[in-house]
Design a protein around this ligand. Structure first.
Ligand SMILES: O=c1[nH]c(=O)c2ncn([C@@H]3O[C@H](COP(=O)(O)OP(=O)(O)OP(=O)(O)O)[C@@H](O)[C@H]3O)c2[nH]1
Ligand SMILES: [Mg+2]
Length: 197
């Protein structure tokens, strides 16, 4: 089976990419599964696009092969699109999903407008070629309490539009049918197919 490198150290993303790529018969490997010591890429960009490109291009140059990266996060309208690109570090540099989600619940406790969306920008960096960027979204709203155990990150406090349950109460299959990550990957499909390694 062919293998694609995903420039991520987030095990929640690694699991979802493994599931999403199965239908292409492509195996995906995250950075922590490689037999090499890969340094952390500093996410200094102001946009998802900049950070996704930074991660994909840095790791692609290092390994000299095509690499896909994902920069994603939660945009909440009542918080002027926060936490946005800071989603992983919202409650501090230690990247704690539980504390991040508690901070969102606290900031949102007095807000009437609950509208929010997950955003995922995928960057495909291929040596010698221009990086391809695709943005996927999943619209929804912020709950008042966490619900559910599946998924990762903010899934327990996010209710996708048209559902009465949180993203963390969906099965992996159900999340993968509607997620921001799946949306971005669908748009990236032709570029993935033409760079099979
Ligand atoms: O509930 C969620 N369901 C999702 O489907 C999802 N996708 C992203 N996120 C949040 O946004 C941050 C991304 O930050 P991010 O793109 O910098 O990733 P990261 O730092 O975790 O790993 P890496 O890929 O950079 O190595 C993550 O940590 C999560 O908090 C999600 N939350
Ligand atoms: Mg990150």
């Amino acid at each position: 089976m062919e293998t694609f490198i995903i420039a991520t150290k987030n095990q929640g993303k690694v699991k979802e990419f493994r599931e999403l790529f199965a239908k292409y018969n492509i195996q995906t490997v995250g950075l922590e599964e490689l037999d090499k010591d890969i340094p952390d890429v500093e996410e200094t960009g102001a946009t998802f696009e900049e950070n996704a490109a930074l991660k994909a291009e840095t790791i692609s140059s290092l390994l000299e092969i095509p690499v896909l990266a994902d920069d994603s996060g939660l945009e909440i309208d009542a918080l002027h699109k926060a936490p946005g690109v800071y989603s992983a570090r919202y409650a501090g540099e230690d990247k704690n999903d539980q504390r991040n989600l508690e901070k969102v619940l606290e900031e949102m406790s007095d807000k009437e407008n609950r509208a929010a969306r997950f955003v995922c920008v995928l960057a495909l960096a291929v040596p010698g070629q221009e990086t391809v960027l695709k943005r996927g979204t999943c619209e929804g709203s912020i709950l008042y309490h966490s619900k559910g155990e599946n998924g990762f990150g903010y899934d327990p406090v996010f209710q996708p539009q048209g559902y009465e349950v949180s993203m963390a109460q969906l099965t992996a299959e159900e999340k993968n049918a509607i997620s921001h990550r799946a949306d971005a990957l669908r748009q990236m499909e032709e570029f993935i197919q033409s760079n099979r390694v």
